[in-house]
Design a protein around this ligand. Structure first.
Ligand code: FE
Length: 148
């Protein structure tokens, strides 16, 4: 189980090794992604709270990266965070996600990216429930739910 100290250490020193890496030019990404997926995964924009596909959805399955299919989160780790975005307590594996310090908009946050394709997913915060205390706040459009 990852805790906040692990996240800080990843961002500060080095991220876990992914199983593989996928790299494309931004032009190639633009051709294969839907417009909303491209804006979030590649341009790091944020979708509207509540008006997004997975905020209130609690169907069982696996959330994968909309860019490359990398497995990101189990639905059993999803919880209602009252933030307006789908929120998770833990990633599917340590190597699934990478962590980057993000000081944009005068905030000190930690950005989470897909560790395989470096697509922007959202941010992680230390105010989550359960033992790990993490809240992964993720844009719906950066993921696809594979229902089980
Ligand atoms: Fe990806």
């Amino acid at each position: 189980m990852l805790r906040w100290g692990d996240i800080i250490a990843y961002a500060k020193y080095s991220n876990p090794e992914p199983e593989k890496r996928i790299e494309k030019t931004e032009e190639q990404w633009q051709q294969i992604l839907l417009p909303d997926q491209f804006r979030i995964l590649r341009l790091k924009e944020t979708e509207s709270p509540y008006r997004n596909a997975y905020c209130r959805l609690y169907e069982p399955g696996i959330y994968v990266c909309a860019g490359c299919g990398n497995y990101l989160f189990y639905s059993k780790e999803k919880y209602h965070a009252i933030s307006g975005w789908p929120s998770f307590t833990q990633p599917i594996s340590k190597g699934a996600i990478k962590y980057i310090f993000d000081n944009s908009y005068n905030m000190n946050r930690i950005e989470v990216q897909c560790n395989v394709c470096s697509g922007h997913l959202g941010h992680v915060f230390p105010d989550g429930p359960k033992l790990g205390g993490l809240r992964y706040c993720i844009n719906s459009a950066s993921m696809v739910l594979l229902k089980s």
